[in-house]
Design a protein around this ligand. Structure first.
Ligand SMILES: *[C@@H]1O[C@H](CO)[C@@H](O)[C@H](O)[C@H]1NC(C)=O
Ligand SMILES: *[C@@H]1O[C@H](CO)[C@@H](O)[C@H](O)[C@H]1NC(C)=O
Length: 276
């Protein structure tokens, strides 16, 4: 039976410390966009050993090898989802271009020392490739003006993406309460079976508290963490029945009109409050 003594353990530990080829830092992005570029960095310390090779793997398949004693020193191997730009790659960096969904996976860097020891160190990290929407969220429905108690119905749709976008409604920059929100509904992209268009509906009866100085600013925010966030907003004016002829104008810039509008708005709110 092998007896492991403390001095033996110390020896093993010290050998590792002194002669170990060590990967100091593996710099791989956690997320990248489809069609984009990913720079993979592998910083190592040979701790005195001569370098034999640096190899890169995706999901266990080697796609890149750098060996200083070979000609050419860089060799590429076919691997699905992997396109290397050799002009931007070296012993410490590999540039992946034209990223696709197939590029998602586990990337490993393996550094080996020369014979006779062939000491080796390997580290890996995952990359997730996201298909980001071609444009920001789109608003449909809705009117320029609303009377109090009018039904407001609007949709917000985010163009196809993978994963699907998280949508959120805000009124005057305050998140909308759940009972005013319907959906989300998902639709598979006609061009891409793996991409989803998302729609979220906003539906409620306009209340005085929905307006700030007679304006309701409705905003929809689309998020695909951690790479993407965009928002689209529209302004809707409070329509005032009894001053409609004189001062309810979107483009009122005249000072007197502005005062009339504020006064009318205040009166309207008061009368609405009394009715309730
Ligand atoms: C990346 O894709 C573009 C457009 O499809 C193409 O022109 C280019 O040659 C590709 N780059 C590589 C390194 O394959
Ligand atoms: C909102 O989206 C839902 C679900 O896609 C659809 O049934 C409805 O007609 C849309 N309404 C508007 C105002 O766009």
């Amino acid at each position: 039976m092998l007896r492991v003594t403390l001095p033996m353990l110390l020896l093993l530990w010290r050998q590792d410390l002194v002669f170990g080829v060590r990967i100091v830092e593996l710099r791989v992005p956690t997320h990248e966009r489809e069609g984009g570029v990913a720079l993979l960095g592998c910083q190592y310390d040979m701790e005195g050993d001569p370098l034999y090779s640096v190899k890169w793997y995706k999901d266990g398949d080697e796609f890149f090898r750098y060996s200083p004693n070979s000609l050419p020193s860089i060799m590429l191997f076919k691997c699905s989802g992997v396109t290397v730009d050799i002009t931007r790659s070296s012993n410490t960096v590999v540039a992946l271009v034209n990223l696709t969904q197939e590029s998602s996976g586990k990337y490993s860097c393996e550094v080996s020392g020369e014979a006779p020891a062939f000491r080796m160190s390997k580290k890996d990290k995952r990359i997730v490739i996201q298909l980001l929407p071609q444009s920001g969220p789109r608003l449909t429905g809705g009117s320029d003006k609303y009377f109090l108690n009018d039904l407001v119905v609007m949709n917000c749709s985010s163009p196809p993406s993978r994963p699907d976008a998280h949508l959120k409604w805000l009124i005057n920059d305050v998140p909308v309460s759940r009972e005013r929100v319907f959906g989300p509904w998902y639709k598979i992209s006609p061009d891409r079976g793996d991409a989803l268009e998302v729609t979220l509906q906003l539906k409620f009866y306009a209340m005085p508290t929905d307006f700030v100085d007679g304006v309701m600013r409705i905003k929809c925010q689309a998020t695909i963490a951690p790479m993407y966030q965009r928002e689209t907003s529209s302004n809707h004016n409070l329509a005032i029945p009894f001053t409609a002829e004189t001062s309810v104008s979107n483009t009122a810039s005249d000072t007197n009109d502005g005062v009339a509008l504020s006064l009318g708005y205040a009166l309207y709110l008061v009368s609405f409050g009394l009715l309730m």
